[in-house]
Design a protein around this ligand. Structure first.
Ligand code: SF4
Length: 449
């Protein structure tokens, strides 16, 4: 995986919407920045599998059960040899599982399909290559997952997202990648296109690859807007440096003024490392919840009849949940770095015992049998169990998956849950009362005799 620049396209949405973001992130100690969570690491593994398959002409399923190690500060992807020993303590590794293969297969199938359609060899694909939407700057470049260059017909950038938080097809990050690539050959293609491949997207309807086209003019207009945004970020950085030079109490007021001018919360706050300490975010939540976060928490009493209040509160639930989660993660990193957070302590999470690392399956089995811990070797194994339907579907050739699906798979009805009204799933009919929704009492004569 390549290194990120200060204003890389992966941060484009924040660069455009919150000019002070980087200045605020810059105040965080090193243990609070560039934190790769579990989901990001699994995403790195799947990206690595996709790249390896497209480079080496392999299928993702060829790597089932292989160990992937993430090495170094950038947590670069290394695929260990088949039957490699489990890495020892302190090393970050994952075993390639069916979910990873499923995600990678959606990406490789799509890219290979496009190569066929466009008549270009897989060897011509640009994999994990640099691209810069503002080539005169050295702080705005990033890495595009897959660039499909079918000159002069079409230039396409395909980006894989492993997470479930929906990535819009109209994404600033992807436009930045595409623009950088279009500039490299001076806009000599007829069409320009980005594709989001997000097989785990929260909306099942959007799990298939989604594409959108841009014209040269649209890309250049976006570039002008982006340049202005990046320059405003520079202005915010310079203004922040002036605030830092001040002494208290002047500094406090100047900081509040700076935050009001340059920090703007919104959707783009997701994954911002400064979220737990961001004054704009705190003010927003405080205003919406009508709670002063400097007060001690008190018991909130809800009257079950006050459904409107509950409805209002639930609209804010996802934002509060992610904010409190970010605050908890921030506190943990502080404490791991040796600082105290009042009212909290570090504890070990619960685990289950596992075989000691560094022993292969054969070594474990022969050690148990030879040591007479268990005489019957067959008792050490579970009966092979049938894989899940979707896992088996991955083993079926792409051409026959529909046939397999209709013959063997069905989707059981889910349990009732609540979801925001804009959730793509249709609302469940709950009672006879719903039947009257479409009933026009004025038009229909009712005779109660
Ligand atoms: S949390 Fe949101 S508003 Fe605050 S700095 Fe980050 S992106 Fe800007």
């Amino acid at each position: 995986m390549s290194s990120h620049t200060k204003r890389s396209p992966s941060k484009a949405k924040r660069t455009i919407n919150c000019s002070g973001n980087l200045a605020l992130v810059g105040t965080l100690p090193p243990h609070q920045v560039n934190i790769a969570g579990e989901a990001a690491r699994i995403g790195t593994c799947v990206h690595g599998i996709i790249e390896k398959c497209l480079k080496e002409g392999k299928e993702p399923s060829d790597f089932l059960d292989r160990i992937v190690e993430l090495v170094g500060e950038e947590e670069g992807f290394t695929m260990l040899k088949p039957n490699a020993k489990t890495p020892g303590p302190g090393r970050i590794f994952y075993v390639v599982n069916a979910e990873m293969i499923e995600g990678a297969t959606v990406a490789t199938d799509y890219v290979r399909g496009r190569c066929k359609e466009l008549g270009i060899p897989e060897s011509a694909l640009q994999l994990e290559t640099r691209t810069n939407p503002l080539p005169d700057r050295d702080d705005t470049s990033g890495t595009a997952d897959v660039t499909i260059d079918a000159w002069p017909e079409v230039l396409e950038v395909a980006d894989f997202k492993n997470g479930w938080i929906l990535v819009e097809t109209k994404s600033d990050q992807l436009v930045a990648y595409l623009l950088g690539k279009a500039l490299e050959d001076d806009f000599s293609h007829e069409r320009y296109m980005v594709t989001v491949i997000q097989p785990n997207a929260s909306d099942p309807e959007l799990r298939a690859p989604r594409s959108i086209e841009y014209t040269r003019e649209e890309l250049l207009a976006w570039q002008a807007m982006y340049r202005t945004s990046v320059e405003r970020c520079g202005e915010a950085d310079a203004a922040f440096a002036e605030v830092e030079k001040l002494e208290e109490p002047d500094q406090e007021q100047a900081y509040d003024d700076w935050a009001a001018k340059y920090l703007k919360p919104g959707d783009h706050c997701t994954f911002c490392e400064a979220e737990p300490i961001c004054p704009a975010k705190r003010l927003l939540h405080q205003a919406q919840a009508k709670i002063d976060f400097s007060d001690e928490p008190r018991e909130l009493v809800f009257d079950s009849r006050r459904r409107r209040e509950i409805s209002h509160l639930l609209k804010w639930a996802p934002m509060f949940a992610s904010w409190f989660k970010a605050a908890a993660a921030y506190a943990q990193r502080e404490m791991e770095a040796g600082f105290d957070i009042e009212g909290q302590k570090l504890v070990k999470s619960k685990t289950n015992r596992t075989f000691k690392p560094g022993m292969s399956e054969a070594e474990i089995v022969s050690g148990i049998v030879k040591g007479k811990f268990v005489a019957d070797k067959s008792k050490l194994y579970d009966k092979p169990s049938l894989k899940s339907g979707p896992q088996i579907e991955k083993l079926v050739t792409a051409k026959r998956r529909k046939e397999f699906d209709s013959k063997f798979l069905h989707k059981p009805e889910g349990a009732l849950t609540i979801a925001p009204t804009d959730d793509p799933r249709p609302a469940v009919k709950r009672s006879a009362a719903d039947d009257f929704d479409d009933f026009d009492f004025e038009d229909d004569e009712m005779d109660f005799g």
